[in-house]
Design a protein. Structure first.
Length: 164
């Protein structure tokens, strides 16, 4: 299920639902997953409440609790504001960036944690990204600076991304 709480140009539900199904299967997730596309303001609230960090982030994952996790794997929340900025800076469209964030969130739901797994999630994300035809993953770009534009300084997409 995909809920678009903040509609934006470049985001259509049907292609994202197809991608979600394919990426879920590729990541080995059996349970259903819901994806919320929302504003940076809402993401800041979620990040503050669930992670104690008072700032917006691009993607958060909320794994389901054990009794229901076989049927429902969890939730993913994505800031379309941040996704839009990153897509523009990286030179691809918003749909592609949203798919990158969905894949990253799915891997967290599958139990991966790039902050503590010695590169296991990065390797898995890179393989799946290639298989699914996506641009650089979040982990891959955290090791490379964004291209420098006249309006922005380089920055990386780093930091913990899951709410556990």
């Amino acid at each position: 299920m995909i809920e678009i709480a903040k509609p934006v140009n470049g985001i259509k539900e049907a292609p994202l639902l197809r991608f979600l199904a394919a990426a879920r299967k590729a990541a080995g997730i059996r349970g259903e997953v819901s994806v919320l596309l929302t504003s940076s303001r809402q993401m800041r609230t979620l990040n503050r409440v669930f992670r104690g960090k008072d700032k917006p982030t691009d993607v958060l994952s909320f794994p389901a609790v054990e009794p229901v996790s076989r049927k429902f794997a969890g939730d993913i929340a994505i800031s379309v504001d941040i996704a839009g900025r990153n897509a523009k800076e990286l030179g691809h469209d918003l749909e592609a960036e949203t798919k990158v964030l969905i894949l990253h969130g799915l891997l967290h739901l599958a139990g991966y944690d790039h902050e503590s797994d010695k590169g296991e999630m990065a390797r898995r994300e890179s393989r799946l990204r290639n298989r699914l035809g996506l641009p650089l993953s979040l982990i891959e770009r955290s090791n490379k600076p964004f291209p420098v534009s006249k309006k922005t300084k380089p920055r990386s997409s780093s930091g913990k991304r899951q709410a556990r």
